[in-house]
Design a protein around this ligand. Structure first.
Ligand code: NAD
Ligand SMILES: C[C@@H](CO)CCC[C@@H](C)[C@H]1CC[C@H]2[C@@H]3[C@H](O)C=C4C[C@@H](O)CC[C@]4(C)[C@H]3CC[C@]12C
Length: 368
C-alpha cells in the first residue's frame, strides 16, 4: 500500500495497461509503488474499470492511443520517469495479418524507444516472451533452462518473430543518450505462458469443456512440460524491475529475465486441469486419445479452412500447426537470475495463485 511518508514524485506509463497482464501491472503499481504520483495508462481500448482507480491518491490518467502512431506515443511518454511497455498483439491463431503483428509489436516498440530518447525518459521495461527463445521450428525441447542455456532460437511464425525483433530493439537501445544527456536503461522480461484472473484462453477451454458435457480430451502426452507463471507474479516482477532499474542500472541494463514462480511443471492440459478440475471438468485419458499424426492433419485442415473461409468469416480455432507445436514441445525454465539481480521472490505462492485462478474461473462463468 502507498506509504504517505515517502514522497510521491514518480510518473509511470504502462502501455497496454488495459490488457490481461497490463491490468495486473497497473493494479500492482498502485498497491506497491509508494513513490508514484501519476500513473498513465495507454491502450488502444480503455477498460471501464479504470474509472474506479481515479478516486485514489495517485493521479490515474487514461490515454486512448495506438503504439503504431509515433506522435501519440511521444505525447504519452513525455514527462514519464519509467515506461513499462506491455502493449502488443498476442496472436498465434491467425486472426491478424503478419504485417499488422509486425507493425504493432516491432514498429510500436521502436516508437516507444524513440519517444523515450526524444523526451528524456530513462527507464524502459519491455514485456517480451519465452517465445523469443522457443519452442523453435525444429521442436527441440528446452528443459528447465535459464537465460544462458544454449538453444537454437529460430522462428517462422509472425508472433515470435515480432517479439524477438522488438526485444532486440529494446536491448540495443540500452545506453542510448536521451534528452538531457543521460543514458537510457532498458531491460526485457520474458514470461512463459501466463495464467490467472483474466486469462481468456483458460476461459475458452472451460467453455469448451462445458459444451462437451464437462469433459476435455487429452491431446498432448502428460510428459511434455509447459512453462507457466501466475499473472500476479509477472506483474510483481515488472514493478520490482521498474523500481530497481535506477539503482542497479549497470547490472540490469540490457538484460533479459525469464518470469518464473513456483507453479508446478506440468503439461499444458494437466496444468489447466489444476483450475478446471475444481470447476467441475474432467480430463479424459491418461494418454492422448488421438494419434499425433491425426492432430497434425486436423491442425493443417484448420489452416486450410481458415484460408478458404477468410473472404466470408474469421475462422481462428485454438488448434493450428503452430499452437500444436508449442503445446507439444517441452519448454520450461528454472532460473534465479531475477532473485540475484533485483531480489525478486514470487509475491503469490502456488496455492494462492491456484485459489485465485479457480475463483476467477468460477465467477467468470456466470458473466460469460
Ligand atoms: N499472455 C501470455 O501468456 C504472455 C506470455 C508472454 C508474454 N506476453 C506478452 O505480454 C504482453 C501482454 O500480453 P497479454 O496477454 O496481456 O495480451 P492482451 O491482448 O490481453 O493485452 C495487450 C494489450 O495491448 C493493447 N494493444 C494492442 N495493440 C495496441 C496498439 N496498437 N496500441 C496500443 N495498445 C495496443 C491491447 O488493447 C491490450 O489491452 C504482450 O506484449 C505479450 O506479448 C504474454
Ligand atoms: C493442442 C491443443 C489440445 O488441447 C492445445 C492447444 C493449446 C494452445 C492454444 C496453447 C498451448 C501453449 C500456449 C502458448 C504458450 O503458453 C505461450 C505463449 C507465449 C505468449 O507470449 C503468448 C501466448 C502463447 C503463445 C500461448 C498461446 C496458446 C498456446 C499455444
Amino acid at each position: 500500500m502507498a506509504n504517505s511518508a515517502q514522497t510521491q514524485e514518480l510518473v509511470y506509463l504502462v502501455t497496454g495497461g488495459c490488457g490481461f497482464l497490463g491490468e495486473h501491472v497497473v493494479r500492482m503499481l498502485l498497491q506497491r509503488e509508494p513513490r508514484l504520483r501519476e500513473l498513465r495508462i495507454f491502450d488502444l481500448h480503455l477498460g471501464p474499470w479504470l474509472e474506479e482507480l481515479k478516486t485514489g491518491p495517485v493521479q490515474v490518467t487514461a490515454i486512448q492511443g495506438d503504439v503504431t502512431q509515433a506522435h501519440e506515443v511521444a505525447a504519452a511518454v513525455a514527462g514519464a520517469h519509467v515506461v513499462i511497455h506491455t502493449a502488443g498483439l498476442v496472436d498465434v491463431f491467425g486472426k491478424t495479418s503478419p504485417e499488422t503483428i509486425h507493425e504493432v509489436n516491432v514498429q510500436g516498440t521502436q516508437n516507444v524507444i524513440e519517444a523515450c530518447v526524444q523526451t528524456g525518459t530513462r527507464f524502459l521495461i519491455y514485456t517480451s516472451s519465452m517465445e523469443v527463445v522457443g519452442p523453435n521450428i525444429k521442436g527441440q525441447p528446452f528443459y528447465r533452462g535459464n537465460e544462458n542455456t544454449p538453444y537454437e532460437a529460430v522462428h517462422r511464425h509472425p508472433y515470435p518473430c515480432s517479439k524477438a525483433l522488438a526485444e532486440r530493439l529494446v536491448l540495443e537501445a540500452n545506453g542510448r543518450e536521451v534528452l538531457g544527456g543521460l543514458p537510457l536503461v532498458t531491460c526485457a522480461l520474458r514470461p512463459t505462458g501466463i495464467y490467472g484472473e483474466g486469462h481468456q484462453i483458460m476461459k475458452d477451454f472451460y467453455h469448451q469443456g462445458l459444451r462437451l458435457g464437462g469433459r476435455l480430451f487429452r491431446a498432448i502426452p502428460a510428459s511434455v512440460e509447459h512453462g507457466r507463471v501466475y499473472v500476479g507474479n509477472v506483474a510483481w516482477m515488472h514493478v520490482l524491475v521498474a523500481r530497481e532499474l535506477e539503482h542497479r542500472a549497470a547490472l540490469m541494463g540490457g538484460q533479459v529475465y525469464f518470469c518464473y514462480d513456483n507453479s508446478p511443471y506440468k503439461s499444458y492440459e494437466d496444468f489447466n486441469m489444476e483450475f478446471l478440475g475444481p470447476c467441475g471438468l474432467r480430463l479424459v485419458g491418461t494418454r492422448p486419445l488421438m494419434p499425433y499424426w491425426l492432430l497434425v492433419l486436423l491442425a493443417a485442415l484448420n489452416t486450410l479452412l481458415q484460408w478458404l473461409l477468410r473472404p466470408l468469416l474469421l475462422y481462428a480455432p485454438l488448434l493450428n500447426p503452430y499452437t500444436l507445436a508449442v503445446a507439444n514441445t517441452t519448454f520450461t525454465v528454472s532460473t534465479d537470475k531475477a532473485r540475484r539481480h533485483f531480489g525478486y521472490e514470487p509475491l503469490f505462492s502456488w496455492e494462492e495463485s491456484r485459489t485465485r485462478t479457480i475463483h476467477w474461473v468460477q465467477t467468470a462463468e456466470g458473466s460469460a
